[in-house]
Design a protein around this ligand. Sequence first.
Ligand SMILES: [Zn+2]
Length: 216
Amino acid sequence: MIINKIKENTGILIRFDDIAPNMNWKMMDKCEKLLNEYNIQPVLGVIPKNQDEELLNYPLRDDFWNIIKKWKSKKWSIAMHGYTHVYDKETFKKDFLNHGGKSEFFGHTYEEQLTRLKSGLKVFDDNDIEIDTFFAPNHTYDLNTLNALKDVGIFKVIDGYGLLPHTFNNIKFIPQLFYKLIFLPFGIQSTQIHINYWKDKDFIEFENFIKKNHQK
Ligand SMILES: [Zn+2]
């Protein structure tokens, strides 16, 4: 029974992280072309108000929100990825997924987290983009994050471990297992992609992966 359930749910979800006005557009253009060729719709983690110094070093496209709208019209999913993507707390591995490292959300009061989420959602709203999915920068959450997410009407998070989606605290977690392009023959997998750090060889690997697995 369980095996059948897993088989029915086979699929690969491609998640692009750190989508923002400043990014590695050259690489993104190549990925877009490839995804179009195979008619694949990824999930894009869009940073509503990027203030991350590292990301700000990348070239800017100021028609960013029109580009997002174009992608949305092609049925690409848009998720909110943090608010400013600036880490201002240390988790000491006490975060919800035991990921560790720094966080934009973990360790802040419920009110502060709620404010950040609402401010992020307002940016999407101002640009006519509806959001029902979230994932935090650096995979770091605490219970306040989950409660604040529910209170702004977000019940889906693409993150965490496991092979199949599961629900905790009324929030559906869609597993985010792989940093690398690995294919396991069962379960729903979300493949996390940070194109900002990609070199040409990473794109070629991605291209080969898509060619091999595009039916999934
Ligand atoms: Zn990120």
